[in-house]
Design a protein around this ligand. Structure first.
Ligand code: BGC
Length: 390
């Protein structure tokens, strides 16, 4: 995934507030009963540490010769992350992901396969071309729906299509985003309508404070998201937005990382806390639910990016605050790890078809493999720079 955006530079911040969540209170229900989610699901369910990321991390730990570092690496496998359904071929693997899942845990999934995906960048261009909305509906969303229905006794949190609608707000000058626009809107609305199941909660991606947080983007951004939410029939299981997905902004930091930069005065959302508040208010005005989950997976270290919009394998990053529903902010359901730390953001090989120039910038770790592929050196760096230490 990749976002790029047009407005000037600035930013967000650090704040390693409430760290390790105490395990949440669990519903002592039998797994034999169907789940009905209401309210903030993260207060009654623990986030699930899935076996896909576990296998990636176990292999990574085995490749580290220093026993202390290897043991620390292994501990990352117990930290819950989201599993990205980034192509149709992932869907048949999902039953294995939820096998023997404890009844008191909620599984995080990212729905990420829109036609013409990643319209403002190249690193995460997907498998479906513009115009294949029917394929998206019948071969991607419908099978995901069947899977969720077949697992009605398990709770799921879905992040819907990172970057897609934000790109329509700020990158619509690009031909690729113009071509993708109607498919994005109809595809996201279809996903929200069809996946609106009792055992599911949904969050629509809203970029981050350095993207839709610019004064001029707040209202258009809120209206873009809200109109798709309405087109989906205002689904009951929809809670609001995901922010900072695969991002680098601090939750709370004053001044924000780019607050005192040249253009800083044109954006009040200098950390994700302020973004959730200010953009959330705009969403309420536009008539959309505005609870949030915030990705803190890789935001431990600030001051690494040359510009706020740099997004690719930022060099020097560290694992951030662990998933928790103790956010200290009533609008934030949970801090979560949506981007699985150690999976690349994009290749630095300039001869690759999906090479994006952001992955060749001086602040991007190089060399780096294709988006989604395992990046051992980057994983070890995230571990070494983690706050809190792992
Ligand atoms: C990639 C996906 C991958 C996801 C999580 C995205 O940038 O395009 O293929 O699943 O990151 O690592």
């Amino acid at each position: 995934m990749k976002y790029s955006f047009t407005l000037p530079a600035l930013t967000a911040a650090l704040a390693v507030t409430n760290v390790f969540a105490a395990p949440q209170k669990l519903n002592k229900r039998a797994c034999a009963s169907p789940v009905t989610l209401t309210g903030n699901p993260f207060t009654s369910y623990k986030m699930h540490a899935n076996n896909f990321y576990r296998s990636e991390v176990e292999a990574a730990a085995a490749a580290i010769s220093d026993p202390t570092k290897s043991a620390a690496a292994l501990r990352v496998a117990d930290i819950p992350t989201f599993r990205w359904i980034d192509k149709r071929a992932v869907i048949p693997t999902l039953p294995d992901l939820v096998q023997d899942i404890p009844c008191d845990e909620i599984v995080g999934l990212v729905v990420y396969d829109l036609p013409g995906r990643d319209c403002a960048a190249k690193a995460s261009n997907g498998e479906l071309p513009v115009g294949s909305l029917d394929v998206y509906k019948t071969e991607f969303i419908d099978p995901i729906k069947s899977f969720l229905q077949a697992n009605a006794n398990t709770a799921f949190a879905l992040v819907i299509e990172p970057d897609s609608l934000p790109n329509l707000v700020t990158n619509i000058d690009l031909q690729t985003c113009q071509d993708s626009a109607s498919g994005y809107r109809e595809g996201v609305a279809y996903a929200l309508r069809e996946l609106n199941l009792p055992n599911v909660v949904m969050y629509m991606d809203a970029g981050h404070g350095g993207w839709l947080g610019w004064n001029d983007n707040l209202q258009p951004g809120a209206e873009e998201l809200a109109s798709v939410y309405r087109a989906a029939g205002s689904p009951s299981q929809f809670r609001g937005i995901s922010t900072n997905v695969a991002g680098w902004n601090a939750w709370s930091k004053t001044p924000g990382e780019f607050e005192n930069s040249e253009d800083g005065e044109w954006n009040k959302c200098h950390d994700e806390k302020r973004y959730v508040q200010i953009f959330g208010d705009a969403l309420a005005t536009a008539g959309m639910p505005n609870q949030a989950i915030v990705d803190t997976g890789r935001n431990a270290v600030q001051g690494l990016r040359q510009e706020w919009g740099h997004w690719c394998n930022v060099n020097g990053a560290g694992f951030g605050v662990h998933p928790t529903s103790s956010t200290g902010d009533s609008r934030v359901d949970a801090f979560v790890w949506i981007k699985p730390g150690g999976e690349s953001d994009g290749t630095s090989d300039s001869s690759a078809v999906r090479f994006d120039e952001f992955c060749g910038y001086a602040d991007a770790y190089q060399p780096s493999p294709e988006a989604g592929d395992w990046h051992q050196a980057y994983f070890e760096m995230l571990l070494a720079n983690a706050i809190p230490a792992i």
